[in-house]
Design a protein around this ligand. Sequence first.
Ligand SMILES: Cc1cc2nc3c(=O)[nH]c(=O)nc-3n(C[C@H](O)[C@H](O)[C@H](O)COP(=O)(O)OP(=O)(O)OC[C@H]3O[C@@H](n4cnc5c(N)ncnc54)[C@H](O)[C@@H]3O)c2cc1C
Length: 351
Amino acid sequence: MDPIAAKPWRLAEVAYGYVKEHPYELAVLPLGATEPHNLHLPYGTDTFEAEHLSDEACRAAWERGARVVLLPAIPYGTETNQMAFPLAMNLNPSTLHLVIRDLVDSFQEHVSDFDLPVSLGASVRSVRVEGEGFTIYTDEGKNFRGHSVIIATGKRHRPLGVPGEKEFAGKGVAYCATCDAPFFAGKKVVVAGGGNSAFTTALELLKAGASVTMVNFTPGWQADGVLQQKAGQFKKLKRLDRRQVLELTGKQRLEKVRVKNLVDGKTSAIAADGIFIEVGLISNSDLVKDLVQLNQQGEVVVDCACRTSREGVFAAGDVTTVPYKQIVVSAGEGAKAALSAHAYLFERNLV
Ligand SMILES: Cc1cc2nc3c(=O)[nH]c(=O)nc-3n(C[C@H](O)[C@H](O)[C@H](O)COP(=O)(O)OP(=O)(O)OC[C@H]3O[C@@H](n4cnc5c(N)ncnc54)[C@H](O)[C@@H]3O)c2cc1C
């Protein structure tokens, strides 16, 4: 008999569907530097994080009653790159499911058909105009030259930076309503933030059947009137402005959000099954801030052909001004940027 199958746990190179159908078995799933909630596990799934895949880690998790072990094995990705997960991720919450690992693998396989140098793991520090083209400087000291450059460095969520945020990531702490709102049907949820993203998140949660308390640091709310009006139609919405989130507490999962009233200085705890953090996104555009035009949010300004303000530099995906930060949008924009870069080189007899 397969020694793995003989054990009380089970090594599962599998996706959401497996965990859903076998909720009381232990699955071992790779996790990136990002949160377990990306894994689309059924609400309430207990997770256990292990550094390495080993019998000991599995046994320890099993004995602690965990149903899923998450490993930081992340072949492609980074903090923002949740495409590293070999797991089902919804592109359209109601219908379309795609194993993203397959998508990334097929891109990688396609690239390997060509004689292209690939450098994984190095971080780009800056991109400079030098001579007839551009030089890309990496933190490993390895530099690259090109006549054209495509920037596709993505975005990352701004964290609240309070105790408990990291600890309860995926155990109540979430950053993406499109992905996770359905898991909070009938639950009590706090939304931190007061802008358009916070209200859009609150609306998605309310529509999913959650009770929502919005907590905002500043006086009043910064979202468009129409969003505030729509959210205001739900009886299950409560708004608290001039409140600062101090701490997230709980045992296995998030249970309470401790807040400070900035008017009278008193602190209180809000019972919550989840908190969605919507206090902004940070574009990974620092490395090109002196090269191309950025908007006030730090996004690279592009036209409809992914051209930036600098000739020869193109940009695609979440790092750009293109709205709707979704995989399918970014993948399409990436294709457009590649075609534009090719046209740019072709017109100059460089290919
Ligand atoms: C928590 C979460 C859940 C999401 N869920 C969904 C979902 O269910 N469905 C959906 O469609 N979308 C979802 N999204 C959005 C989706 O992940 C993004 O829209 C998409 O990944 C953007 O692709 P991108 O290539 O522009 O950027 P990314 O996927 O962020 O990739 C950027 C890449 O650039 C690299 N990079 C950044 N800086 C540097 C540097 N200095 N040097 C070298 N490399 C660098 C990063 O390592 C990363 O690999 C989610 C996003 C988050 C954060």
